[in-house]
Every structure is written in structure tokens, then in C-alpha cells.
Design a protein around this ligand. Structure first.
Ligand SMILES: Cc1ncc(COP(=O)(O)O)c(C=O)c1O
Length: 435
């Protein structure tokens, strides 16, 4: 094993042996090279005042070489904030701005030890780093039955982990923390579980209330007390879009420092929160561990980044940083929040009118981009294709009964027509079946 990896492992094991036990084989092997091109270039950047002939970029007139056809469309930005490589862990100013934002928006993180967010190529990449560092073949990854489909590729196909499902809702149509607890405790023989918590949930748009949040934390703690090492990952992709009285913060803060056998890992980003899907700016942040352990995990994370993408895109990190620092940022975000909330409220009012009750019920939702219908009489995929072919309406079919509707994409004035057409689609299929 490389001596740097060995050293990081020794630090992790000395600071918290449970976290060491959580690491995958790859997680143990990986390290960030201290003496390679990147560190020599960084040293030269600080000290080489005559000529800096270190890194594989090009300079001209004291700034990064660039083409006018590109710079002309980006003239608000300095070439040094666009063309140079961003550091593997992200632009330092962006990392600290995101950290401040995180602390401001998640009061339960205050007073907890919190690493510096490490920039990722958006949330998918953050999740894949978690998979690389912590998931080995056969490890259990616990997710609800209503989930974002990509976990299967990231953790299952890519890393050979075993996806373990539990029902998201219980009979009272609240978060099923008893099922989560059972799913965690069922991993006692393995001694390890990766739990992914995604609120607001894709596809249902559900976020837990304070009491449910506490039940989730208790379920994870029960697993830890039973001797199971839990990597508790909060996938906060839709963070901030809380329209009702659910928890308005991530569970990452409540999970930080919960128990020595729990590692809180927060995966979030600008993708959905700042409406910059294609920018690919996200973060992975470790919490609730000693400074030395947080630093070692940061090095391991940078090792995975160096080994896979080397570093994230610099222009979009600059754009997001610019937004975070802008005085108008909060007002503009609030304006968009109200638009999204208006759409969610309209959907709820419409569905609660009762006029569609014979065709479907809906899963409880209070946040995020989506909601999900549970169809009573027709198959979801049949309805999806019918809506598309007959009415030009696109939805997502999930399993036999569920239809996901992204109200985030539909103007409030069009919501009635959308659901009335979906209802008409159900009636068309019912009539065809009755013939
Ligand atoms: C729950 C959830 N997590 C993560 C992601 C991935 O986000 P990104 O586009 O930042 O990779 C998505 C995107 O749809 C998502 O719904």
C-alpha cells in the first residue's frame, strides 16, 4: 500500500476505528499524491516569480491563454477564473461560501465539527465518491422503495453493493421509520450499512416533520448501538424547497456526532437549489468527526477526484461563487421559491378538490420538484404512453401504479389543464378496457 494511504488509514483508525472499518477496499487504498504535479505546481504558483513552467496550461500576457470567441461571451469574468484548472477540491472561496450557507441554513450543524465542503461534479459525483470510498461488493445500501433510480447504478452496478429497500410510508402515510430501523438492524451480521436519506424525496416530494426526523435519527442510532457501522448519507439535492411545516433543514446536522459508529456525509449542490442543472457544481461534506479525521477523509476524497475527473469545471464554480456573493442572490432565490411553492400548492388544492379521487390518490408531498400519483385503475406505463401519444404530455411511470409529475416544470396557470388531461387519459383507458 502507498505510504500516504497507509498514513491516512492510521490517522482514521486512531481517530475513530469504526470509520476506518466503514472504508471500502478502494477507500483504504486511495490517497492524494503529495509530491506529484499538482503539489509542485501549487508550490510554484506561490514562489516561482520569474518563470512558472510547471503545469499543463498555457499562458500569454500574464494570463491564461484563451480564444476570443470564447472570452467574448464571458467577458464579465476574469480569464483566471475561467480557464485555469480549479483545484481538485474546488475553488477555496466557493468552498467557504458554501460552508457558510450550509451553516446558516442548517442550525443543527452549528457547534458540530464540520469539514470544508469539497466541490464535486454535482450530486451524482458526490454520491459516486461515497460509493467509491465506502461501498464494497455485498455491502448494504438502504434506500426507500420510492427512490431516485440512479442509486442502483452508482452503488449497485458500479460498486457491487446490495440495495436494500424499505417502504417510504407507513399506514398512517407518514415516514416509515420502523421499516428503516428494521432494514438497518437486519445488517447486524454485516456490521455495516450505508443509509441514503433523500429529502425532499425524488419521486414523491416528501420531507419528514420534526418528529419523523427524530425517529429517523433514532433508527440510525439504534443500528449503531447494535454494533452496526452506519454511513449516513443525506442526499440534499432539492434542499430548501420546503413548502409546508416539514423539517426545513438537512438531517446531516442531527446525524453529526450522534454515535461513534455513525458517519454523517452530506451530499448537496447548486444543481437544483440554484437552478443550474447543467453547471455540475455540487459538494460532499463530512461532519461530526475530529479535525484530523475530517482532514484525512478530505484527502481520500481528493484522491478519488484526482483519479476520476482530476478537477471539476472552473467556469461553473466561478458562476456559482459569483451568485452566492451577490447581494441580490437571496431575493432572487426567494422569488423562485414562491413560484415553485405556488405550483405545489395549486397541485394540492386541485387534487384535494376530490374531483379526481376515483382515478388516483396521491402520495403525501410537501417539498421539492415532484409529486406522485397512485393510480387506482390503470397501469402507469400504459397511461404514460397514452398521455404522450394522444395528448403530448410527458410524465414518468414508476412501477405498476405510480406516475411522477414534475410540477417544477409546469406553469401554475397550466396545472389544472395538466391534471385534467391526465384524468381524461385514465378515463380513455378505462373506457377502452370496458369495451
Ligand atoms: C435525489 C437526487 N439526487 C441526486 C441527483 C443528481 O443531481 P446532479 O444533477 O447534481 O448530479 C438527482 C437528480 O435528479 C436527484 O433527484
Amino acid at each position: 500500500m502507498n505510504p500516504l494511504a497507509q498514513k491516512l488509514n492510521e490517522t482514521i483508525a486512531a481517530e475513530n476505528s469504526h470509520v476506518y472499518d466503514m472504508l471500502s477496499g478502494l477507500g483504504r487504498q486511495i490517497y492524494f499524491p503529495k509530491e506529484g504535479i499538482l503539489s509542485q505546481s501549487a508550490e510554484a504558483k506561490a514562489k516561482a516569480k520569474t518563470f512558472n513552467a510547471t503545469i499543463g496550461t498555457a499562458l500569454e500576457n500574464g494570463q491564461p491563454m484563451h480564444l476570443k470567441v470564447i472570452q467574448d461571451t464571458l467577458s464579465a469574468y476574469n480569464p483566471k477564473d475561467l480557464y485555469e484548472y480549479a483545484p481538485p477540491a474546488g475553488k477555496p472561496e466557493l468552498r467557504s461560501a458554501w460552508r457558510s450557507k450550509m451553516l446558516e441554513e442548517n442550525p443543527s450543524l452549528k457547534g458540530k465539527s464540520l469539514g470544508n465542503p469539497i466541490a464535486t461534479n454535482a450530486l451524482t459525483h458526490g454520491l459516486s465518491i461515497v460509493a467509491d470510498l465506502f461501498a464494497d461488493s455485498g455491502d448494504a445500501v438502504i434506500i426507500p422503495d420510492k427512490n431516485w433510480e440512479n442509486y442502483e447504478l452508482t452503488f449497485g452496478i458500479r460498486r457491487g453493493a446490495e440495495l436494500v429497500y424499505y417502504p417510504l410510508y407507513n399506514e398512517q402515510r407518514r415516514f416509515n421509520s420502523a421499516a428503516l430501523r428494521d432494514a438497518i438492524l437486519a445488517q447486524k451480521d454485516k456490521g455495516k450499512a450505508i443509509v441514503i436519506l433523500n429529502f425532499p424525496n425524488n419521486p414523491t416530494g416528501y420531507s419528514p416533520g420534526a418528529e419523523e426526523g427524530q425517529e429517523i435519527v433514532d433508527a440510525i442510532k439504534a443500528g449503531a448501538e447494535a454494533g452496526i457501522n452506519v454511513v449516513a448519507v443525506t442526499d440534499d439535492a432539492y434542499f430548501g424547497l420546503f413548502f409546508e411545516d416539514s423539517l426545513h433543514e438537512s438531517l446531516a446536522g442531527h446525524l453529526a456526532g450522534l454515535h461513534p459508529r455513525v458517519l454523517s456525509v452530506k451530499v448537496d449542490g447548486a444543481t437544483k437549489e440554484e437552478y443550474v442543472w447543467g453547471f455540475r457544481v455540487g459538494f460532499i461534506t463530512y461532519a461530526g468527526q475530529s479535525e484530523a479525521l475530517l482532514a484525512a477523509l478530505e484527502q481520500k476524497t481528493m484522491g478519488i477526484i484526482r483519479a476520476t475527473i482530476s478537477s471539476g469545471p472552473h467556469p461553473s464554480q466561478t458562476f456559482v461563487l459569483h451568485a452566492l456573493k451577490s447581494p441580490e442572490f437571496h431575493a432572487q432565490k426567494l422569488e423562485k421559491f414562491h413560484i415553485m411553492k405556488g405550483r405545489a400548492n395549486r397541485v394540492k388544492t386541485l387534487l384535494d378538490s376530490g374531483k379526481f379521487d376515483d382515478a388516483w390518490e396521491y402520495y403525501p408531498f410537501n417539498s421539492g420538484y415532484f409529486m406522485c400519483l397512485k393510480l387506482r385503475s390503470v397501469n402507469a406505463e400504459t397511461l404514460r404512453t397514452h398521455l404522450l401519444d394522444r395528448y403530448g404530455i410527458g410524465t414518468i411511470a414508476l412501477g405498476d401504479t405510480d406516475l411522477r409529475v414534475a410540477f417544477s416544470c409546469i406553469e401554475e396557470k397550466d396545472i389544472d389543464q395538466l391534471f385534467e388531461t391526465i384524468y381524461q387519459g385514465v378515463k380513455d383507458l378505462e373506457q377502452a378496457a370496458a369495451k
